[in-house]
Design a protein around this ligand. Structure first.
Ligand SMILES: [Zn+2]
Ligand SMILES: [Zn+2]
Length: 127
């Protein structure tokens, strides 16, 4: 894997680029797969053919419509959070839904964020 901001080589489990300090997967200048510079707004890396789309990564690799639907119907028990690797958020939603139904409200907020491209996947947060 390569840093998408500066093109430096990174370990797959590295969270932050040691050269430029940018989070893994952040940036649009270099291909994460081959490290070659990308054309501006290119959907696919011209050197290796891998998709450069950031949107998919932001939702844990899931398509926006799919994730929005899962969030809408099953969001109250945090299914969309588990799918995106956000275990803490998922468990928090289940607890909140069973206790006060607050999880349902949180899921609705996630639903709106997914639809408006504002959703940020962060496994360390609770909501
Ligand atoms: Zn970097
Ligand atoms: Zn590439």
């Amino acid at each position: 894997m390569y840093c998408k901001n500066c093109g430096a080589e990174m370990n797959d489990n590295q969270a932050i680029c040691l050269k430029c300090g940018v989070k893994a997967g952040e940036g649009t200048l270099f291909c994460a797969n081959c490290g070659k510079p990308l054309q501006e707004n290119a959907d696919v890396c011209l050197s290796c053919g891998v998709s450069t789309k950031k949107k998919n990564q932001e939702l844990g690799g899931y398509d926006k419509t799919t994730m929005a639907l899962i969030c809408f119907f099953l969001g109250g028990i945090g299914v969309h959070n588990f799918l995106m690797g956000e275990t803490k958020k998922g468990i928090f939603k289940i607890v909140m839904t069973f206790c006060f139904c607050i999880g349902c409200i949180l899921a609705l907020i996630d639903f709106v964020r997914i639809l408006t491209d504002k959703y940020v996947v962060d496994p360390d947060k609770l909501f």
